[in-house]
Design a protein around this ligand. Structure first.
Ligand code: ATP
Ligand code: MG
Length: 435
């Protein structure tokens, strides 16, 4: 089968020219280059919207020396080069796409879950080390058979039958991240796990224990970049995979509903953190500690997740109809915004405890209160005769509270208030932030 026409249609012109140029340069050195992996799968599916993310990331396999080839290409184009000599791989980063070049290789796993030992191999060796048949196809870019599909594992047939199939029975135990990958593709594409693949997947769930926290977290991050990660989470729960990552994780209807809501509220770049915060919403403090350690979660995300639970236990403080905006502000300002967002989404129910008042308070903070600033600056206060230092800090705080509560509306109002405070020789202690 020849896919030249599909390549020309699917790839942006600029990228196509670049890829052809790379293949030409390779040919001069007697090397062959192939397109592999996801792009081949998506080309055959003919649905560009299945591409994850907005960037075009292409994988190329080089029969020869990928690093040398990438170095040569980088010299003649505006790419940023990142080479890993040890693995024989190189990344060429352009403004709107990246190319991953890999020397065709053979992999052997010394023990389950370990990173594989890599030795140079043939192009066919390179396909057999891959995760699923639908990801183990290639397209030749050489001029004599440009566009020819190479499909030794019947990936095209599996695409037509909508199946996720591993290439050999030891696949999941070699690399249990493939368990998470299998479910991710199954749900993204609306496919099914082929029967033996499904059996082995379930059988090898305990092999997830052999995978480092960083690699598991990375797979979760990839899941959170999917259009509907809740489908993947739900399916992982159904298959019994989720408890192996953490026994406290749930993939129920609540998660599905809240993830959907999150997507409608949050900008895409902050969505993964919000999903993480919602995922652990039912956790206790001890449970979250265990999860953060297992997945080696970064300090920043850990803070957001812990804040989510800390705020959840403090929500009753917000459950009063008489709170002033400034009181809401001081109750919430110490929490990470994404933790507040997670709580706003979690409390968005018709009935239940805590009440909708809490939800509205959280929304008010997120949409308005956190952006409120005084109109008068420190410099302007100085010109009004208020000296820099603690006194000015107190005046600014009073102005800020008054603005939050709508007691001052204009710069002139603030000036008036500042001068009246000055006349009072204002120096009470500032109110300590409340827990
Ligand atoms: P997408 O980016 O659309 O999710 P992709 O197929 O491009 O899909 P990548 O994660 O970019 O996926 O990986 C590129 C290719 O590398 C895959 O198609 C697959 O052939 C191979 N691959 C990735 N991870 C593994 C793994 N854990 N085991 C075996 N092969 C893998
Ligand atoms: Mg990819």
């Amino acid at each position: 089968m020849n896919l030249a026409r599909q390549i020309e249609q699917y790839l942006p012109q600029q990228l196509l020219e670049l890829v052809k140029d790379i293949s030409g340069q390779a040919a001069e050195q007697g090397q062959r280059v192939y397109l592999v992996g996801g792009v081949v799968r998506d080309l055959l599916l003919g649905d560009p919207s299945l591409r994850s993310g907005l960037r075009f990331d292409l994988d190329l396999v080089v029969e020869g020396d990928a690093v040398k080839l990438a170095q040569q290409v980088a010299e003649t184009s505006q790419a940023k080069l990142l080479a890993h000599h040890r693995f024989g791989t190189a990344k060429l980063r352009y403004e709107i796409f990246t190319l991953d070049l890999a020397t065709a290789r053979k992999e052997t796993y010394a023990r389950p879950g370990a990173l594989p030992a890599v030795t140079p191999g043939t192009f066919k060796d390179d396909l057999i080390r891959r995760d699923f048949s639908i990801n183990a196809m290639a397209i030749s870019l050489a001029s004599n058979d440009y566009g020819e599909l190479v499909d030794p594992h019947q990936g095209k047939n599996d695409l037509e039958h909508r199946l996720i199939r591993i290439l050999h029975p030891g696949s999941f135990s070699d690399d249990a991240t493939r368990i998470l990958r299998a479910v991710r593709y199954e749900q993204r594409l609306g496919f099914e796990l082929e029967t033996q693949t499904a059996q082995l997947l379930k059988q090898d769930i305990p092999m997830l224990d052999t995978i480092s926290g960083d690699r598991i977290r990375h797979e979760l991050e990839l899941i959170f970049k999917e259009k509907q990660p809740e489908l993947v989470i739900k399916r992982l729960a159904e298959l019994g995979v989720l408890p192996r990552i953490s026994p406290f994780l749930k993939g129920d209807g609540w998660i599905a509903e809240k993830f959907d809501k999150a997507r409608r509220l949050q900008k895409p770049n902050q969505l993964p953190s919000l999903y993480f915060c919602l995922l652990i919403y039912s956790f206790s403090e001890r449970e979250i500690e265990q999860f953060l350690t297992r997945l080696n979660i970064s300090a920043k995300l850990s803070r957001a997740m812990c804040d989510t639970l800390r705020l959840k236990t403090s929500l009753p403080l917000l459950d009063k109809p008489s709170l002033k905006p400034s009181e809401i502000y001081y109750l919430l300002r110490e929490y990470e915004p994404v933790a507040i967002q997670a709580n706003a989404i979690a409390t968005d129910e018709k009935e239940g405890t805590p009440s909708l008042i809490v939800h509205h308070d959280l929304q008010l903070f997120l949409t308005k209160l956190r952006y409120v600033r005084t109109s008068l600056s420190g410099g302007e206060l100085k010109r009004l005769g208020i000296p820099a230092g603690p006194e000015m800090g107190q005046v600014l705080q009073v102005l800020h509270k008054a603005k939050l509560d709508g007691e001052v509306r204009s710069k002139a109002d603030e000036k008036k208030l500042a001068l009246s405070l000055k006349a009072l020789d204002f120096h009470t202690d500032p109110e300590p932030p409340r827990e």
